[in-house]
Design a binder for this molecule. Structure first.
Ligand code: TRP
Length: 366
């Protein structure tokens, strides 16, 4: 990872990628997405690609499709199932191997929802209210009031991670406050109920070379802003979108992320898709200007994504593939989450000697 691209962060929050590579068996990945639509280049370069690398490096990998997070800022659930399908297809197309890695929908694992309750008891209102990502989302268009789920979803997300024992979380930098929250809540649970041992392991984030990609309008790439290049679009559509991207009026192309963020973001996309440094792409375009830069970006993206897009089209024709992945995922995750919940209940002394209160008698209903 090029250190020039990522601002320094408090080290404890960030996982040491070299150690993960050296000891993949010591780590477990849990990360996820809100299924509000098909995934785009920002997801791909920001985290999706890294998930596949971690899987291929031998780290056990879990991906939650966070359907409950959809209703943090909207009420309409009609598109959720179709969007979950898109998110699963995107993962399979970029290389998620469902034999090794696990994808599951949030709402299919009730144990996560139940772990949320003790975690909420270890969370303060001021923590929730000062979360900058929540604040930004709550200030989005059309939000006259903030629902309880909007305020508490970072803790719900902590429950996702802690339920399956995720220790590294590859995410974009907007998710770092949620990671801090997860770590705080895990530590507090350990202090209160751990009796000197680690009840819940505080996870670490893993940022990539592109923790925040700009969209075609120069703001953060995001489905809801309509400025995203989805992985599934055609090569022609990609060319059209890139051509419409905002740049600046300086003809000579240079890589200066602070001063020329839009140009830098395009350079970064081309660089990451062709395994080069953005400075080298800039030097190649030089005085040929933004039009040339956009042509370079379009080719880089289209060449890089061609096999992904071909695989995606093939997968989308198979009727059961998404359902099978999600069913297998729930079957793997529920026992893990039940075990975590039972461990927490034990530590809290909430055990009644009842049959079936622990993980061993647990059955999935699917
Ligand atoms: N909030 C994340 C996003 O909007 C999605 C998410 C849900 C997630 N649960 C998670 C990410 C657990 C990492 C870990 O993209």
């Amino acid at each position: 990872m090029s250190s020039t691209l990522v601002a320094p962060r408090p080290l404890s929050v960030l996982a040491d990628r070299a150690d993960v590579l050296a000891h993949p068996e010591r780590y477990r990945v849990l990360t996820g997405d809100r299924p509000t639509g098909a995934l785009h280049l920002g997801h791909y370069l920001g985290t999706l690609r890294e998930r596949i690398r971690l899987q291929d490096d031998g780290v056990q990998t879990f991906v939650v499709v966070a359907d409950y997070q959809v209703i943090t800022d909207r009420v309409d659930t009609r598109d959720v199932v179709a969007n979950v399908r898109e998110v699963v297809l995107d993962h399979l197309a970029v290389g998620l191997d469902p034999r090794r890695s696990t994808m599951f929908a949030h709402s299919a694992v009730p144990e996560i929802g139940q772990l949320l309750l003790p975690l909420l008891s270890a969370t303060t209102l001021s923590e929730l209210q000062r979360n900058p990502t929540v604040k930004a989302e709550a200030a989005g268009p059309g939000h006259s009031s903030i629902g309880g789920l909007m305020l508490t979803y970072p803790v719900h997300q902590a429950a996702d991670i802690l339920s399956v024992g995720g220790t590294i979380v590859p995410v974009g930098d907007d998710q770092l406050p949620h990671l801090e929250q997860t770590r705080a809540v895990a530590r507090r649970m350990n202090e209160r109920y751990g009796a000197g041992s680690t009840l819940l392991q505080p996870p670490q984030a893993l940022l990539t070379e592109a923790p925040r990609l700009l969209g075609t309008d120069g703001r953060k790439m995001s489905k809801s802003r309509g400025n995203a290049i989805e992985l599934r679009v055609t090569a022609d559509e990609t060319a059209r979108l890139v051509r419409a991207a905002v740049t600046d009026t300086e003809r000579h192309i240079t890589y200066e992320p602070q001063r020329r963020p839009q140009v830098a973001s395009l350079l970064l996309v081309a660089a990451l898709c062709t395994d080069r440094q953005p400075e080298d792409v800039a030097a190649e375009v030089g005085s040929r200007g933004a039009a040339r830069l956009k042509a370079v970006v379009t080719d880089a993206v289209n060449d890089h994504l061609a096999p992904v897009r071909a695989r995606r089209l093939e997968l989308a024709r198979e009727p059961d593939v998404v359902r099978d992945v999600l069913t297998a995922g729930v079957e793997r995750v529920r026992p893990l989450a039940a075990e975590t919940l039972a461990r927490v209940h034990d530590a809290m002394g909430l055990t009644y000697g009842l049959q079936g209160s622990g993980s061993s008698n647990h059955r999935t209903s699917q």
